[in-house]
Write a protein that binds this ligand. Structure first.
Ligand code: XMP
Length: 511
């Protein structure tokens, strides 16, 4: 394990991901953790992150210098670099030259850390203080206008540091800096591969579950599918998956869960086909929040009843949850109830249905979940599926939800998705909602006749986390193809529009 010590910067997760991209397992710990506790984790190396403080400020996070004599290789980044310099007897000064953003770095001697890199690089900086003199025993590797010592290393002690942020995309050769530290200075081997991730997860599941029973709710989404597939590999016959089919999924999605997923993984799947129940409950309802409430309530009722039936007298001890590592880090990192993000679909189970959670993805980033999914033999379209809201198409029909309207939207949506895939744009687009304006009618002309149909809205967006989003600039040819096909093949629709609103002020979904 490589420990990434977080000094309160937003960069710690990024660093941890870069280390994982180098196929080395990493974990984030807070800089407040006592050194003894860090060392007890037997880290193969430690990376100190950047942070917002100045090493001179009162209350600036400090680090016990014992860290540097424990024989563990350490890389300091930005603030971590300055802490290292100061602890070991170098000098950190306010130079008066703040550097933010892109900065030109001159490498005078690459050492091991910057070996085989060009003499000048554009790197991403964010600092006010600077290391002016390296500690004894360190070799200075490069400088920038504002940082006389911008990188150093001591190969004997396996210590190194850089003033800039190698983890950010805009830094040239950034990933190489991290890899040269891990492999050439710390002497680690790249062993965190999808294969090993699967093996480790399976071992952990077996150790936790023993011979008891496990329940899993499948939603059709990436996380629940990969989590279920992992648990299935680990303890096969003890697992039962429940798929509540609310009839609000897109074309082919329910079949993908009921047929493809079962065939590939061999899971024992119980399908609660409740389309009628959800449609009846949604009858006459147009208000979006009302729709969400109804769907949430009916979902829980169905899931609960199914779980009770399955539990019978033997009981079921565990419930699988697709929690990812970023959720774990953001909620404090520890084990326990405080870290449980309420599952969109399985929030609020009643008290007498108590499960211990089993979270096979809690050490993984999203890209690792995908890699594990592929390793387990899940198909690309399942593993790269876009996020999809729990209430499904119900919140993409503006107006009352009916079987006919769902059918119309499904056909239009399938065309849009198909053309996006055909244009190889799936991975550039975060989500591509297609929205039916069911209460709006527009006049059109087709053949010799006047039509009076419905408009739909295409809402392709780019985003990193759904908190903010931008409208995607899909190529005109792709939009044209989608528009032609939908108006020709879906008679109920006679007008195709594109939503060009960013988030904020718009949201990704229309409801
Ligand atoms: P908005 O529309 O708020 O969506 O920009 C942000 C992300 O959340 C998804 N979303 C939902 N997911 N239940 C869910 O499970 C919901 O009620 C819900 N509403 C929005 C949306 O698809 C996007 O990824």
């Amino acid at each position: 394990t490589v420990l990434v010590v977080d000094f309160g910067a937003q960069y710690a997760q990024l660093i941890a991901r870069r280390v994982r991209e180098a196929s080395v397992y990493s974990e984030i710990v807070t800089s407040k953790m006592p050194i003894a506790e860090m060392l007890a984790k037997e880290p193969a190396a430690i990376i100190l992150s950047g942070g917002p403080s100045s090493v001179y400020e009162e209350g600036a996070p400090q680090l016990d210098p014992a860290l540097f004599t424990a024989g563990v290789p350490v890389l300091g980044i930005c603030y971590g670099f300055q802490v290292m310099a100061q602890s070991l007897g170098g000098t950190v000064n306010k130079t008066g030259k703040r550097e933010f953003g892109r900065t030109s770095l001159s490498i005078n001697d690459g050492g091991a850390l910057l070996a085989s890199m060009p003499n000048t690089l554009n790197v991403w900086m964010s600092h006010g203080d600077a290391v002016c003199r390296a500690p004894k025993g360190f070799q200075v590797l490069g400088r920038t206008a504002g940082a006389p010592v911008a990188a150093f290393e001591d190969r004997n002690r396996k210590l190194a540091g850089v003033q800039w942020h190698p983890e950010v995309l805009h830094t040239q050769w950034g990933q190489q800096v991290i890899e040269q530290f891990l492999f050439d200075i710390a002497g680690l081997a790249p062993s965190w591969t999808p294969e090993n991730m699967v093996t480790e997860a399976i071992d952990a599941i077996r150790a936790k579950v023993g011979d008891r029973r496990v329940l899993c709710a499948l939603s059709g989404g990436v996380d629940s599918a990969v989590a279920a597939a992992l648990v299935q590999q680990a303890i096969g016959p003890q697992l039962t998956c429940v798929f509540v089919d609310h009839g609000l999924l897109r074309q082919g999605e329910a079949e993908q869960v009921r047929d493809d997923f079962v065939r590939i993984t061999g899971v024992d799947l119980v399908v609660a086909d409740e389309t009628e129940r959800f449609l009846t409950a949604l009858k006459g309802v147009s208000d979006p929040e009302e729709k969400r409430k109804i769907i949430g309530r009916e979902f829980i009722r169905t899931f609960e009843a199914t779980a009770r039936d399955l539990a019978g007298d033997r009981g079921i001890d565990f419930l699988v949850q697709g929690t990812l590592y970023p959720d774990v880090v953001e909620s404090g990192g520890g084990e326990g109830a405080a870290n449980i993000k309420s599952h969109h679909n399985v929030g609020g189970l009643p008290d007498d249905l108590q499960f211990t959670l089993i979270e096979p993805l809690r050490h993984m980033f999203k890209d690792e979940v995908r890699a594990v999914g592929l390793q387990l033999g899940l198909p690309e379209e399942m593993v790269w599926r876009h996020p999809f809201p729990g209430p499904g198409l119900a919140i993409r029909i503006v107006g009352e939800v009916t079987a006919d309207r769902l059918d119309t939207l499904r056909r239009a949506d399938a065309i849009a998705r198909h053309e996006l895939t055909a244009a190889r744009l799936d991975r550039e687009i975060w989500q591509f909602p297609v929205v039916l304006l069911a209460d709006v009618r527009s006049v059109g002309v087709q053949g010799d006749g006047r039509t009076y149909g419905h408009p739909i809205v295409l809402r392709p967006v780019t985003s990193d986390d759904a908190m903010t989003a931008d409208w995607a600039r899909l190529p005109y040819e792709v939009l044209e193809k989608i528009s032609n096909r939908i108006t020709n093949e879906v008679p109920e629709i006679n007008r195709v529009t594109v939503d060009i609103t960013s988030k904020p002020p718009g949201t990704i979904e229309w409801e």
